[in-house]
Design a binder for this molecule. Structure first.
Ligand SMILES: Nc1ncnc2c1ncn2[C@@H]1O[C@H](COP(=O)(O)OP(=O)(O)OP(=O)(O)O)[C@@H](O)[C@H]1O
Length: 274
């Protein structure tokens, strides 16, 4: 893969609601290689979504810079508008319920004039078949299960052929079984359609199962505490979850995250006591 290199340099973000400054991110330096799956974990409120939003173009920076393939996409002075090179899949989904699955998938490339309706439909049908949704193209989102909706959303993102996929806890609302199936679907799709992935999760097992690396953030202000390289070969199936190496990585990751979660909790208690 030749595109999708993300680099973060000294990224800082201060929110200033009603003059009470909230330092969300402070000095984040990170490189994500083209085609790399980077899972982001860290305590609640440490700035994970803020960082994702800055890449997506929804949030400005207070200091620092983010580059995509050498092109600066965010600085304090400017941020590149959201575009089809960086697509977000949200945890609560964002399908239009009154439109068919096919419409939801193809509206982006068709409206932007990048594909004819026929081309988009053909491509959409192919992608739906790859995620086990053959025959669902004329259904409406509310006719689908949570897992099926999530697959439609991922197909909708992939049809745009983005350089970077940004996923903010996409499987959070799913039951454990559906979630594990979705994780395998995602890995399989990425073999067929390689993308750089920025994936936020609170689930350490999910981070290790999917990630080439797992970035652990400190409690707020978010800084990078540790980067864990997941040296388990891909393709991975759920059998790896019980392998000695997986369990070893999980124990180490869990210890780091737990320390930070405790810090975040104590900081929250102090703030409440003020
Ligand atoms: N628009 C905003 N205005 C003011 N403060 C904000 C705003 N958005 C986020 N924050 C604060 O910035 C910090 C980081 O928020 P963010 O949502 O990025 O954290 P997070 O790590 O994604 O949290 P979670 O894991 O709970 O989703 C939090 O303290 C949050 O309250």
């Amino acid at each position: 893969m030749s595109r999708g290199a993300l680099s973060f340099r000294a990224v800082r973000k201060v929110y200033d609601p009603e003059g009470k400054a909230v330092l969300a991110l402070d000095g984040v330096d990170l490189d994500i290689a083209p085609g790399e799956f980077c899972a982001i974990v860290g305590p609640s409120g440490c700035g994970k979504t803020t960082l994702l939003n800055a890449v997506a173009g929804f949030e400005t920076l207070t200091a620092g810079a983010i580059q995509l393939d050498g092109r600066t996409i965010a600085t304090p002075d400017a941020s590149a508008a959201p575009g089809e090179d960086r697509i977000v899949v949200f945890q609560n989904g964002a399908l239009f319920p009154w439109r068919s699955v096919m419409w939801n998938i193809t509206c982006g490339p068709v409206m932007q004039g990048r594909m004819s309706e026929r081309e988009a439909r053909e491509h959409g049908l192919k992608l739906l078949a790859r995620v086990g949704l053959k025959g669902c193209e004329d259904k409406y989102p509310n006719d689908l299960s949570g897992g099926q909706k999530r697959r439609v959303e991922i197909v909708r993102a992939l049809i745009n052929d983005p350089a970077v996929l940004l996923l903010d806890e996409p499987f959070r609302a799913l039951d454990a079984l559906t979630k594990s199936v979705m994780q395998e679907y995602l890995l399989e799709l990425l073999v067929q359609f390689p993308k750089t992935v920025f994936f936020i999760t609170h689930d350490l097992e999910e981070a290790l199962f999917l990630g080439d690396k797992v970035v652990v953030f400190t409690s707020r202000p978010g800084r990078i505490k540790e980067v864990v390289s997941v040296d388990i070969p891909k393709p991975r199936s759920h059998e790896v979850l019980t392998s000695p190496r997986f369990l070893e990585l999980k124990a180490a990751l869990s210890a780091v995250v737990h320390t930070e979660a405790m810090r975040a909790f104590e900081a929250g208690e102090k703030e409440m006591a003020r």
